[in-house]
Ligand binder design. Structure first.
Ligand code: 4NP
Length: 156
């Protein structure tokens, strides 16, 4: 099983959206038995909560399910359990480096690293800006690129 963990600051807005979108893409390509998906936050503030209302509304509009997704905090053991840890922005990347170093068997990268010629390199935090639609567009592009990369790397 290839295991992918999406990470943002709160595990409330961006990384749950990425989890839901990637889950949907993987399922539509019949790869749900090959790729496992989860998300986590750097902070503890929202543990146990459903995704943010803005994230839920955005996913509802395109009929993507977020069933079963609740916020959790990232733990050091996640480095042992996941092959890919995908951060939403550079701040998340810095926090991840502080929590634990990656070994060379895993990929720790930013979501927008998987988008060619991207105009933005970070997924902006919508918690204060409320720009959930823009965030959705970027995450969708990132998920497409990530899935192509995983399929190539693992011959799926
Ligand atoms: P997220 O957004 O990192 O995309 O989940 C945030 C959610 C909550 C907070 C910050 C960002 N917060 O400070 O509580």
């Amino acid at each position: 099983m290839i295991k992918v963990l999406f990470v943002c600051l709160g595990n409330l807005c961006r990384s749950p959206m990425a989890e839901a979108i990637f889950r949907d893409m993987v399922k539509k390509q019949g790869l749900e038995n090959k790729i496992a998906i989860d998300s986590a936050g750097i902070g503890h503030w929202h543990i146990g909560e459903l995704p943010h209302e803005g994230t839920r509304k955005q996913l509802d509009q395109v009929s993507i399910s977020y069933e079963g997704i609740t916020a959790r905090k990232i733990v050091e053991e996640d480095w042992d359990n996941f092959n890919y840890i995908i951060a939403m922005d550079e701040n998340n990347m810095e926090d991840l480096r502080i929590i634990r170093e990656a070994d060379d068997k895993m990929v720790v990268a930013k979501m927008m690293d998987f988008v060619k010629d991207a105009e933005e390199t970070n997924i902006p935090d919508p918690y204060f800006s409320n720009n959930f639609n823009h965030v959705f567009q970027l995450i969708e592009q990132g998920c497409k690129g990530l899935l192509e990369r995983i399929k190539l790397s693992h011959q799926l």
